[in-house]
Design a protein around this ligand. Structure first.
Ligand SMILES: [Zn+2]
Length: 253
């Protein structure tokens, strides 16, 4: 059994037994893993903030067949801004939940780790956390191979630049021009500008991704459509969406 030390993002932590904690994390060199931290609830000093969801840490673990054995965990960045703002916290929980549901276990992917690391950083500080989550989702779904080509009408082949309004049917994975959109109510209506931004979100270098800004009036509908697609794919509701609905309903009565 080899011991590894790697950067990791903490996704979820649960108490286990009398004094242990079960920790799910995304490790740069190990992928998504679950591990057990023996005695973590007793030795608070050793693990302060280190197992909080959203924390960036340096974890030392021994890989085993089922649970990894966590030997040490050093805090790098606690992303405290997430813990003082319930909306940012809700979006961080949404990102974590999607990763826990969709990323296969123990398949390291450096680009994914970097995307997640930067997403949590941006969620902590960016003035527009919704924009951050939409960009994360687009890039994540593209990296995982779930985002279809969105360059022309799936029926007639008309290129993007030839129409201003488009419909994207996420469940069928097709984009259609105004002449070939069967039931607009089932598809996400998108203007040319938003489609071009989606195209850029797949190809720009990661550190420039966050400069893209989804149009104010489109952001929530794109977020709803993407999370709706995720829920259809994993065949269950995302719990953190309920939390976010509650947060929003208290903010604008
Ligand atoms: Zn068409």
């Amino acid at each position: 059994m080899t011991t590894r030390t790697t950067e990791a993002m903490i996704l979820q932590t649960r108490d286990y037994g009398e004094s242990d904690r079960l920790v799910s994390f995304l490790a740069r060199t190990g992928g998504r893993l679950q591990g057990i931290a023996k005695g973590a609830r007793r030795s608070k000093k050793r693990f302060v903030h280190a197992f909080e969801p959203g924390s960036l840490v340096e974890v030392t673990y021994r890989a085993r067949k089922s649970l990894a054995w966590i030997e040490g965990c050093k805090l790098i960045e606690p992303h405290l801004g997430l813990r003082t703002d319930v909306e940012r916290w809700g979006y961080a929980a949404l990102v974590s939940e999607i990763l826990l549901e969709m990323v296969p276990e123990a398949e390291p992917q450096d680009e994914l780790f970097e995307l997640v690391r930067q997403t949590f950083g941006r969620l902590t500080g960016d003035k527009d956390p919704v924009n951050v989550v939409v960009l994360f989702l687009l890039r994540f779904l593209d990296l995982a191979g779930y985002l279809p080509s969105l360059e022309a009408c799936g029926v007639c082949g008309k290129p993007l630049s030839r129409a201003r309004r488009w419909n994207w049917d996420l469940h069928r994975g097709t984009l259609s021009c105004p002449q070939h959109s069967p039931f607009p109510s089932e598809a996400l209506a998108l203007d040319l500008g938003t489609l071009m931004l989606i195209g850029r979100s797949r190809t720009v270098p990661l550190d420039r991704l966050w400069r893209l800004r989804v149009a104010q009036g489109r952001k929530m509908s794109v977020l709803r459509a993407l999370t709706g697609w995720v829920q259809g794919y994993i065949r269950k509701d995302l719990k953190s969406l309920h939390l976010l609905d509650q947060v929003r309903s208290t903010q604008d009565p």
